[in-house]
Design a protein around this ligand. Structure first.
Ligand SMILES: [Fe+2]
Length: 262
């Protein structure tokens, strides 16, 4: 697979031009795409620096592939927003599945890159995008495909912390500020957090459960470099300083801080 970055960026920019850039959800996803691709590159780069990956001749090829996967991972978001006016999959469609449909069934991938369909890198792109927002990735992936899935999932999580600090949470989750500031964390969500794992979507009930859901993603980060980036950026800490107006919730966040150490 030959990756021409300038071409990829040009095709992406042309694609998103068809969507309403005045819509904050569209704007947010354009910036998120660029950030995630940079993060994928940084993580992959760091893996080559670590002893485990040293000596691999295809370093630049893999760094380009990680970057490409970041660029394409949320392509389904734009149609999701246009059709359903939401970024919440549960209220619309799986944006990952929609992205796969656009890239692979409708052939959009070939506008970005020239590749034979039996190229294993094509399968890595498909798997990474298909599974990027799932709770867990399938067990039976080969090592290389699994690595690209993990890199994208780490990069996506890292940038989601930024997005949720820079965008008012009530805009993302269709709730009022008042509801968010008064809500308590559900007991199930707290229990799950104490097990140091991501919050399954179906146990979230209250508005503030979404915030805990976000924070709990940090438990799933795979690579040490990802934790370092999160610590360096400081967005997760900011989310943990959630300014609830509810005393019980403030206590719950204080407990969470003890469980989450990067
Ligand atoms: Fe996504």
């Amino acid at each position: 697979m030959k990756i021409d970055r300038e071409k990829v960026k040009k095709v992406f920019a042309e694609y998103v031009r068809h969507y309403d850039a005045e819509d904050p959800q569209i704007r947010l996803k354009i910036l998120h795409t660029y950030k995630v691709s940079e993060l994928c590159e940084e993580i992959m780069h760091d893996l080559f620096g670590s002893t485990k990956m040293q000596g691999r001749a295809s370093a630049q090829k893999d760094i380009d592939l990680a970057w490409l996967i970041g660029m394409l991972h949320d392509i389904g978001r734009f149609e999701q927003v246009r059709r359903y006016h939401t970024l919440i999959d549960a209220k619309s469609v799986s944006h990952a599945a929609l992205g796969i449909k656009i890239l692979f069934e409708e052939g959009m991938l070939t506008r970005f890159i020239a590749a034979e369909s039996e190229d294993p890198d094509v399968e890595a792109v498909r798997a990474a995008i298909a599974y990027h927002s799932d709770y867990r990735i399938p067990e039976d992936l080969d090592e290389r495909t699994r690595m690209f899935c993990q890199i994208l999932r780490d990069a996506d999580k890292i940038d989601i912390f930024r997005v949720n600090c820079e965008t008012p949470l009530e805009d993302i989750y269709h709730i009022t500020k008042e509801e968010l500031m008064q809500a308590e964390v559900s007991e199930d969500v707290m229990d799950n957090f104490r097990q140091r794992q991501a919050t399954p979507r179906e146990i979230r009930k209250t508005p503030v459960d979404y915030v805990v859901g976000l924070i709990s993603m940090a438990f799933e980060l795979v690579y040490p470099i990802s934790r370092k980036i999160v610590a360096r950026q400081g967005y997760l800490e900011h989310l943990l300083d959630f300014p609830s107006e509810n005393e019980k919730t403030r206590l719950q966040f204080a407990i969470m801080k003890k469980y989450l150490i990067l």
